[in-house]
Design a protein around this ligand. Structure first.
Ligand SMILES: C[S@@+](CC[C@H](N)C(=O)[O-])C[C@H]1O[C@@H](n2cnc3c(N)ncnc32)[C@H](O)[C@@H]1O
Length: 457
């Protein structure tokens, strides 16, 4: 599509209802939504957004298969499941994949067993005052300051002792509960990246009511599971296909390896948000959960997660020779050349590193669109949420570049909807990341793409 037509399309969507008609899209909204609220994750969009996108594009087809190639903690798959649709997710981060699996398993949880487990945990911690924990801190987990203060660490290790003795399904629910609250009683906090509390102007946590914090989280989870199972029973009574009859699968691997486990033309609808072009380091920021939940054991276990991450982290490409751009887009090539020319005197912090970062992101968007065109059924739709970015002071309209790349890969652009202004990090000058409050202009956009029904001539 040429630029004028694209402009026409963007103008048309400007007139659409606020947020493109997808409802409250902000991922922060998940904190108040049943099941979605279990674990914080930089999520891209809310449960309400995912539900509205599915309702709009699955055409109420009960046989539809929904895919999220970057499933995170499962916002899309939970909503597909609630709507009685089969779903598939890919997630490279084992902690996010665990949360997603546990959330999707709610239909099968034995509530009585879970309630007993929660009660038993309270009793165990009450009786544990003189006990020596059996569990040990993860041997190769390193932090700049002690991650937990000694009094907290003792309670954490006792909690892990209790979790280790639970039956598998209940154990995983407890693991998710623990992983989602553990930073709250640590000497670190999310700002939004993981930072020591003192560096964020907060005091160290000498002691904390670990058992009470865990019990509150588990209480929310029990409540949500009970509600989910009641809704499922109601749907079954009304003979509506529901969660217990839907299939879901989480592949704990990179979507770029999807060809080996996903058939061509097998997906009706994709609702997803790949990592944004803001260099948010999912792997580093989830190190505490990965190590303390026993999902990784050594820093070398993190390397494949970093290497396979969509878009590559700036830290891993900043020292490389210029990376060639794969999509043939002269305007984008020009944009990247401009970034490469900025702050050349700053070595790895200068333009070349950031140009490499942008290039690898665009190359991955290109691979992603190629895969979408393979796995979508003809006529299938993909709703992709991305954010614009400011790199070295240069704004990159990621949603527009995504449209260009998608069209090169044979997909059609159905709509582009600006969802909301967003607060986050923008990458401004040679490695300095400033808050968007100081540099307004960051936003999220939902791009709807469609695989043509007929092969392109
Ligand atoms: C913006 S988040 C998506 C969050 C998701 N919408 C949710 O509801 O939680 C992007 C996710 O992509 C994952 N990811 C990064 N590279 C990946 C890859 N190559 N394959 C699969 N997942 C990947 C990250 O770990 C992260 O969880």
């Amino acid at each position: 599509m040429n630029a004028d037509k694209r402009l026409g399309k963007l103008k048309a969507t400007d007139a659409a209802p606020p947020g493109g008609g997808y409802g409250e899209a902000a991922a922060a909204h998940n904190k108040s939504l049943s099941i979605h609220r279990w674990a914080n994750w930089i999520a891209g969009f809310s449960g309400e957004f995912a539900r509205n996108a599915i309702l709009r594009y699955s055409q109420n087809d009960k046989g539809a298969v929904v895919l999220d190639p970057f499933v995170g903690v499962g916002t899309t798959l939970i909503e597909a499941n609630r709507l009685g649709l089969d779903s598939i997710g890919f997630e490279i981060n084992p902690f996010a994949a665990l949360v997603c699996r546990v959330k999707l398993g709610v239909a099968d949880v034995c509530l009585r067993q879970l309630r007993d487990g929660v009660q038993g945990y309270g009793n165990f911690m009450d009786d544990a005052s003189s006990m020596e924990p059996q569990s040990l801190p993860p041997a190769e987990f390193r932090s700049r300051i002690p991650f937990f203060s000694p009094a907290v660490e003792r309670k954490v290790l006792l909690t892990l002792d209790y979790i280790n003795d639970l039956p598998t399904q209940i154990k995983d629910i407890f693991r998710v509960a623990f992983a989602s609250v553990m930073v709250d009683f640590s000497n670190y906090s999310y700002e939004p990246s993981l930072a020591t509390r003192p560096s964020a102007g907060k005091s160290l946590i000498a002691d904390a009511e670990v058992a009470r914090i865990m019990a509150a989280k588990l209480g929310d989870m029990v409540e949500d599971i009970a509600e989910f199972q009641q809704e499922a029973a109601l749907r079954q009574a009304q003979d509506i296909r529901g969660n217990d009859s839907t299939d879901w699968r989480i592949h704990e691997r990179s979507f770029f390896d999807a060809e080996s486990c996903l058939d061509a033309a097998s997906v009706d609808l994709v609702v997803t948000s790949p990592p944004y072009m803001n260099n948010y380091h999912y792997v580093r920021n989830s190190r505490p959960q990965l190590f303390w939940s026993g999902l990784v054991h050594s820093p070398s276990d993190l390397k494949p997660l970093e290497a396979g991450n969509f878009g590559k982290f700036w830290q891993t490409v900043r020292g490389d020779a210029p990376i060639p751009l794969t999509p043939q887009l002269p305007q984008l090539e020009q944009e990247i050349a401009e970034i490469r020319g900025i702050n050349n005197d700053r070595g790895i912090y200068g333009g070349n590193g950031w140009a490499n970062y942008v290039t690898s992101y665009m190359n991955d968007l290109d691979k992603f669109c190629g895969l979408l065109n393979q796995v979508l059924k003809p006529g299938g739709t993909a709703v992709v949420v991305v954010g614009n970015s400011i790199v070295q002071g240069h704004e990159i309209k990621v949603e527009e570049r995504l449209c260009d790349i998608a069209e090169l890969r044979g997909l059609s652009v159905l709509s582009v909807a600006k969802l909301r202004e967003r607060v986050g990090s923008s990458i401004i000058n040679s490695g300095a990341r400033l808050r968007s409050r100081e540099n307004s202009g960051l936003y999220d956009a939902a791009v709807a793409l469609c695989r043509c029904r007929l092969p392109l001539q």
